[in-house]
Ligand binder design. Sequence first.
Ligand code: ATP
Length: 269
Amino acid sequence: MSFLTLDHVSHHYFSKKDYTKALDNISFTIKEGEFVALLGQSGCGKSTILSIIAGIIKHTAGEIYVNEQPLHEADLDIGYMLQQDYLFPWKSIIDNVLLGPKINHDKTNDTKENAMNLLKQVGLPGISEDYPDSLSGGMRQRVALVRTLITNPRILLLDEPFSALDYQTKLKLEDLVWDLLRLYRKTSILVTHDIGEAIAMSDRIILMNANPGSIAGTFEIPLELRDEKPFLVRRHPKYQILFDKVWKALNKNETQTLQSKVVESPNET
Ligand SMILES: Nc1ncnc2c1ncn2[C@@H]1O[C@H](COP(=O)(O)OP(=O)(O)OP(=O)(O)O)[C@@H](O)[C@H]1O
């Protein structure tokens, strides 16, 4: 059964003079516990989809359902992890992590214990009283992951969470995040430009076209790849085959987008 459904969702951004059609007729479903990657070129509307699901912006057409209930009635707990960690520099690590539960008025005694356990699970024991400035980028993103998981969200929205990190740290964090999300069986949507990351981490890739953002196709990740950690997936023979297929599809879409732009704007020089 589907957990999250986007049903013919479109979105326009309006300004005083103009508007941008960011999403056109987006429909897809996600099952509970599934890990889906949204992949596409810059500006195809990936982040707009996450902002709509998170309720940060209201889509201009279509419907979103959670367990067949409209999103606005569903009271869905959402975890959001971004490229930047947005840790407060004046708060200790533990206070940063416990901010969400505090805002939710969660006064249960085991919340701090959970936070300490999660910090241990992400390889950061003993830093709870430190401040964000003393941590590396990878350590800060691990704290951000703990801060996202501590509120036990039903769905995790990951908007390019590794793109600001160096390559080695990114690969290590991909494995760590994949492990934790599997352990806690979290439904997750990862936004990325990185074909390798999408194949290595997700169960399914939704490929997007730009101008306006629309769905170009879907790639199911073979079971043998889904059961491997992301780092090992990259060494699997099927990885390269799938990479080539997605690469071809992406380039085909980009060519089509460019062609349609030329057709739509005959007077442009
Ligand atoms: N606040 C806004 N006001 C006007 N237009 C916007 C706004 N946010 C995004 N857009 C436009 O909507 C389209 C989709 O943007 P969006 O950021 O969702 O794409 P994206 O695929 O996430 O891009 P990127 O990978 O570069 O982050 C783009 O044309 C963008 O310029």
